[in-house]
Ligand binder design. Sequence first.
Ligand SMILES: [Cu+2]
Length: 169
Amino acid sequence: MTEEFINYSRRTVFRILGATAVSTALAGCLGDSGEETDTTRTPDGRYVDSAPDYDGWFDDVSNYSGTVDRRGQDEVIVRVGAREQGMAFAPPAVMVSLGTTVVWEWTGNGGTHNVVAQNSEFESEYSSSDGYTFEYTFDGEGVYKYVCEPHRSTGMKGAVTVESQGGGV
Ligand SMILES: [Cu+2]
């Protein structure tokens, strides 16, 4: 009985530790999507040194300062309607692993937005609703540039870079 209890407790401890690790990781993600900040750099985020230069794609994107490393995650959130005016994606540039699902999450700021890939891989509906989402799973490596069509001219643009190695998943 005692032996059994100890074993059970040990398993429970491991389970709790595992759950804590998972929820810490989730907290990092949720903090990224939930906070009304202008930064593209999140507590768990770091920039990818070897990211593409995008051929000037981000020259007129006000909140771009590098490609945020989101490799090794099954799901990555990009906010739609960031910054004071709501005319930005955040973070505008991410690098993900092969097979990752990117979820674009509308903040409700900045009016009506959509998400449209430049090479027609994906295209969302128009929405202005807080909490509206659109998702796409990236099964091919490469750089996917996208825009919000109504605000393209004001620099509401983004890119998802899919790493070929598919690390960690
Ligand atoms: Cu827009």
